[in-house]
Design a binder for this molecule. Structure first.
Ligand SMILES: O=P(O)(O)OC[C@H]1O[C@](O)(COP(=O)(O)O)[C@@H](O)[C@@H]1O
Ligand SMILES: [Mg+2]
Ligand SMILES: [Mg+2]
Length: 305
């Protein structure tokens, strides 16, 4: 369930965390370089990642750039990536003043060839990984769409920034929405996986939602979730009959998205429990993800019961 908004009780909003600020400064600073590098990196790298998926040159480039940038941040003790088997030790004791950062360097990379939206997903944990989402202190994503935006959720709430490259070669960031909240009236839905692979109970739920909302599925989680955050609705990459854990990874896809959407007033579940309560065994564990307006998520859980 959504955490109470610290500022809503009339109290002072919590001070922003300087390490978290430095992490998202580093992520924003890499965004123009990643975007500029994509045209020449649409080809297969010839390698597979720990999830057994083929990796594009763009995935590896983004991973290298973000690894260098994030492990250099004072207060980052460990770095985990979709493209790396194990955590990279960045110095500093995670959980005792240092954070573990988990990233999906390029989410939706299959959209690179078709020139559709992609992104970078970031989770900042106050515990060594694998950890539950309750150990997140912040999360965010960069969305490489017609413009480059960055959504950041932390103790202060959820904000959306536009990230542009300045003449000086650095980045300019302007907050376009300082208190992002899911609209109460949902408008869109996007469900991944092939329809014949959906379990019957999810298919029945999908048929109901299809009669109520507009289909918005672009094939990149960050783009599809950003539609839900903007217009209200639900995104799912469900459990499939031949993949009961779905496709998305908990540490650097589902948990960060769940943290963001919960702080924006929504909900996120694996079909049974809150995503943020799922106990992983490994940093590459997959989990079904259903995320969006609370009422739609509650109906989903009842449908899968
Ligand atoms: O191609 P499918 O099966 O629709 O899967 C799309 C899903 O796979 C992903 O692309 C997986 O992420 P990566 O591209 O980071 O591996 C998600 O962004 C997206 O939601
Ligand atoms: Mg991804
Ligand atoms: Mg990826």
């Amino acid at each position: 369930m959504a955490d109470p908004d610290p500022a809503a009780d009339g109290g002072d909003p919590p001070e922003s965390d300087p390490i978290v600020e430095a992490i998202f400064d580093a992520v924003a600073a890499t965004a123009p370089e990643i975007r500029a590098a994509l045209p020449g990196r649409r080809v297969e790298s010839g390698t597979d990642n720990p999830s057994g998926e083929s990796v594009l040159a763009g995935d590896l480039y983004a991973d290298e750039l973000l690894a260098d940038a994030l492990t250099a941040v004072e207060g980052v003790g460990s770095f985990v990536s979709e493209e790396r088997e194990a955590a990279v030790d960045a110095g500093g004791a995670v959980g005792e003043g240092a954070y573990a950062v988990a990233i999906d360097p390029l989410d939706g990379s299959s959209n690179l060839r078709s020139n559709n939206a992609m992104g970078t997903v970031v989770g900042v944990y106050d515990a060594p990984l694998p950890a539950t989402g309750r150990d997140l202190v912040a999360a965010g994503y960069v969305l490489y769409g017609p413009i480059t935006t960055m959504v950041v959720a932390d103790a202060d709430g959820v904000r959306e920034e536009v990230v542009t490259e300045s003449e000086r070669g650095s980045v300019d960031r302007s907050i376009v929405e300082g208190d992002l909240r899911l609209p109460d009236d949902p408008l869109v839905y996007g469900f991944g996986g092939r329809v014949p692979d959906w379990p019957d109970d999810f298919t029945a739920y999908a048929r109901e939602v299809e009669d109520e909302l507009k289909l918005r599925y672009g094939g990149a989680m960050v783009g599809d979730v950003n539609q839900v955050l903007t217009y209200g609705g639900i995104f799912a990459y469900p459990a499939l009959v031949d993949a009961p854990d779905g496709k998305l990874r908990l540490s650097f896809e589902a948990n960060p998205i769940a943290y963001i959407v919960e702080r924006a007033g929504g909900a996120a579940t694996d079909g049974e429990v809150d995503i943020l309560d799922v106990e992983p065994e490994g940093v590459h564990d997959r989990v079904p993800l259903y995320v969006g307006n609370e009422r739609l998520v509650e109906r989903l859980k009842a449908a899968l019961d």
